[in-house]
Design a protein around this ligand. Sequence first.
Ligand SMILES: CC(C)(COP(=O)(O)OP(=O)(O)OC[C@H]1O[C@@H](n2cnc3c(N)ncnc32)[C@H](O)[C@@H]1OP(=O)(O)O)[C@@H](O)C(=O)NCCC(=O)NCCS
Length: 322
Amino acid sequence: MAPAADDAQLVLATEAEKEARDLLTAQAWGGGLTTEAYQRREKCLRALAVPRLDMRTWLLVDASRRVLSSCETLSFPSLLLTDAGRSRGHTYGVASVFTEGPLRGQGHATRVLDRVCETLAREPAAHAVVLYSDVGAAQYSRSGFVPRPAFDWRWSAAPPGATSEAVLFTEDALGWRWAAHPPAGGNFVVHPTADTFDWFLERERIYCTELGTPRPAACGAAVGNSLALWYAQPKDARLWVHWLDAADAKTCRALLHAARVVARDAGLSEVRLWEDLGGFPSPEGLEGGRREKRSGGLPMLRPLDARVRPEDWRRIPRALWV
Ligand SMILES: CC(C)(COP(=O)(O)OP(=O)(O)OC[C@H]1O[C@@H](n2cnc3c(N)ncnc32)[C@H](O)[C@@H]1OP(=O)(O)O)[C@@H](O)C(=O)NCCC(=O)NCCS
């Protein structure tokens, strides 16, 4: 029987509770991995994200601490333009919202999200909560999340013999390459950190190890001051460009070409990019790519600070996906 609404409490999961949750969520998110490999993945990702990305696992529990629903949050720096200038704060990314089959349809997921948002709203300089819905907009609209447009660009891996003139670099150079990059302009900007990119590379390391596939020779390319960063997702043979910052269309094409060459050499078949709502890179820079409405990963934002307007969240790189 479902508990009365006020029996439920929001708590942070213990290590044992996180591991118990992994066993249940394996069916939803363990695609391509055995349950044991998925458990290893979750452990490794937490080892990185708890200290470096403020990762927290939230549980909605009843009076006997039975878990009704759960989710995770990671934190990102964000910048909000106000009359007084740009104010720094935090934006939280929600991941892995999960209710066990028999407990679904009773409002538990809605309630865990509402409680998490109420709790985070009390933290200093809390700007907003974002998530990427794989179950459409309605599920999260009821908790005040507003969807943003979502399109993908896709290219096939480079043909045999094609080479790249861009400077390719590995994760050892990620820190200094990224540190030189200022946050984008705009009324509201959520900004990835070098640790954010490393979290994606940790996913890449785990999948390549578990599936026995080669890691790409580089995690990014530079042309002048312009930069593309990527990670491999071997379970669907994709190279995701999770950051792209190109000075002009020509540079943009060169960076995407570099990604396609690296993808080919790592045995991946496709390069993918999330479209930037800011309108850049321009269509000429994305030459040869196929644009399509995204299925899954729908970005949604719920303001915690009343001055944040969902429509001002325009730069949404894949690097912010959790
Ligand atoms: C998606 C998921 C988290 C939803 O969990 P849930 O606890 O069933 O969610 P809720 O009960 O809050 O809402 C789900 C449905 O119950 C309905 N509902 C909400 N409150 C309700 C209540 N008090 N009583 C009865 N039904 C209710 C909602 O209307 C909704 O139905 P609809 O989407 O058909 O309109 C769950 O299905 C799940 O874990 N799926 C697998 C993992 C996954 O896909 N996670 C989401 C990734 S983005």
